[in-house]
Design a protein around this ligand. Structure first.
Ligand SMILES: Cc1ncc(C[n+]2csc(CCOP(=O)(O)OP(=O)(O)O)c2C)c(N)n1
Ligand code: SF4
Length: 476
């Protein structure tokens, strides 16, 4: 005789050990809340589809911010409303991952409104579970884009009025007008029967992602007795009479059959969207013999800062590109001031023999400063024993720090002599590699060819780098 085993899904942690206090088995959700039920449906689906180890769950800001206490997936907690953007990035880097963006109505429809619109429009191959409880639960029950006309909330104590607050936003209907999405359905957690429908919708959306069919969103109407200020039983009445009356349940779009399944999402997606995949060399020792930096210069985190227009971003980009060509793991993040030319600009660069956990460089081991405000601002942040290179043509003070190595390069004057002061960035680059030996001249020249679009400037840049190398070597 067939038997049904009822047990906690494997995709849940055995006990919720990261939860503070003695209670390690219950969730932090209020009685009658829909989030816990939905977590269970997702966990069971992941078990049954055999995808637990592939799931990356993007936790939003909202009551479900702590979903990572419960779901034993890869978890990322992101800034308010940004789950679709992060989901996009994760999916593009790891097409084989099953990426779930889980979001409340405040998160998805208010602060993250444009994020979801763009991800849906791009047809990203991700799955979005959109929990619509018509209120901001976590922050104490404020008006959400989906709050109903007349609904009393902390910020509409007399009820939502169309004149003042606009109309409740029907997200499924809105997104279904776009070409990008594959599957859009609205379900509810009000009754066991509707919960079963939700269960099916969740599985379908995940299945579509597994088959590489594109963007799916399931909107789940979910009770929030605390925010609505009613008891859990009355909350279900309100859902039936009000919420489901306005937010019609059903499938708004399903073109899965027109977007046929692809067997191997990893390769197919990559080549369809980005051309030929570049395999990073894994044997670093074989790839790096030409450069032999002293141990203190290995695995640097750099900050490169100056005015906009001085080419500090290009300097960092060239270094990162050369690092990558040499087989290092690299990161590069540009940061622009609000102005264009003449404003401040800096970038953060990581060049490492190991994988880089975070691209953020708060305390650089190397600062390359090309103007005084940058040196004033970032010199205090350099790590003890770190390295400072600055353009002494433009910076008329000595460094204050005595616990770091510093080198003054007359970069702008040198570039001037070469015929164009704007090549000062490449003089600084040359000085850095000349001093540290981190990258070979050849790898930098190869990178230069890739990053400089105006080929008539390459000769000048080569000369500037070579001059810089001379200065850097002289400072060894
Ligand atoms: C940038 C930013 N703005 C505002 C907040 C405050 N905040 C936290 S949760 C939230 C709304 C949550 O509502 P919802 O997305 O509907 O999720 P729920 O709590 O109802 O599950 C807001 C506005 C924040 N954390 N970060
Ligand atoms: S406030 Fe609402 S959404 Fe948040 S945990 Fe309580 S019932 Fe759930």
């Amino acid at each position: 005789m067939a038997s049904k085993i009822l047990k906690k899904p494997d995709s849940f942690f055995e006990s919720f050990s990261r939860r503070s206090g003695p209670d390690k088995v219950s969730t932090h959700y209020c009685p009658g809340c829909g989030h816990g039920v939905l977590h269970k449906l997702i966990a069971e689906a992941a078990d049954d589809l055999g995808i637990q180890d592939r799931c990356v769950f993007i936790n939003p800001v909202g009551c479900s911010v702590f979903a990572y206490f419960y779901l034993d997936f890869g978890n990322i907690q992101v800034a308010h409303g940004r789950a679709p953007a992060v989901a996009t990035a994760v999916k593009r880097v790891h097409p084989h991952a099953i990426v779930i963006s889980y979001q409340g109505d405040g998160d998805l429809a208010a602060i993250g409104g444009n994020n979801i619109l763009q991800a849906a429009n791009r047809g990203e191959n991700i799955t979005v579970f959109f929990v619509n409880n018509a209120i901001y639960g976590m922050t104490g029950g404020q008006l959400a884009p989906t709050s109903l006309i007349g609904q009393r909330t902390a910020t509409t104590p007399r009820g939502r009025s169309a004149e003042n607050d606009g109309y409740p936003m029907r997200v499924c209907e809105l997104l279904a007008t776009l070409e990008g999405p594959t599957y859009i359905e609205r379900t509810s957690l009000r009754t066991p029967k509707l919960t079963q429908k939700t269960r099916k919708a969740i599985r379908k959306a995940l299945q579509y992602q597994m088959e590489n069919r594109g963007f799916s969103l399931v909107e789940i109407l979910s009770p929030c007795p605390t925010g609505w200020k009613v008891d859990p039983v009355k909350s279900l009445d309100w859902m039936e009479q009000q919420l489901e009356a306005y937010f019609q349940l059903g499938v708004f779009k399903d073109v899965g059959d027109e977007r046929p399944a692809k067997a191997d999402p990893e390769r197919d997606l990559w080549s369809a969207n980005y051309g030929t995949a570049i395999d990073l060399p894994t044997d670093l020792d074989a790839k790096l013999p030409e450069a032999s930096p002293a141990p203190k210069y290995r695995n640097p985190s750099l900050k490169i800062a100056g005015f906009g227009g001085q080419g500090v971003l290009l300097l960092g980009y060239t270094l990162a590109e050369a690092g990558m060509l040499s087989g290092y793991h690299v990161t590069w993040i540009p940061s622009y001031g609000p102005e264009m030319r003449g404003g401040t600009a800096n970038c953060q660069v990581g060049i490492s023999e190991e994988r880089i956990g975070s691209p953020i460089v708060s305390n650089p081991s190397v600062l390359i400063a090309t103007n005084l405000p940058s040196m004033d601002r970032f010199e205090p942040e350099i790590r003890e024993g770190g390295l400072l290179l600055y353009d002494r043509s433009l910076i008329d003070r000595k460094p204050n720090r005595t616990d770091i190595e510093s080198i003054a390069i007359p970069a702008t004057s040198v570039a001037d002599e070469l015929g164009n002061s704007r090549a000062a960035n490449m003089v600084m680059l040359g000085a850095y590699i000349g001093k540290t030996g981190l990258l070979s001249r050849e790898s930098v020249m190869e990178a230069l060819d890739l990053v400089i679009k105006r080929k008539n400037l390459i000769d000048l840049n080569i000369k500037a780098i070579d001059k810089g190398i001379e200065y850097g070597r002289g400072a060894r």
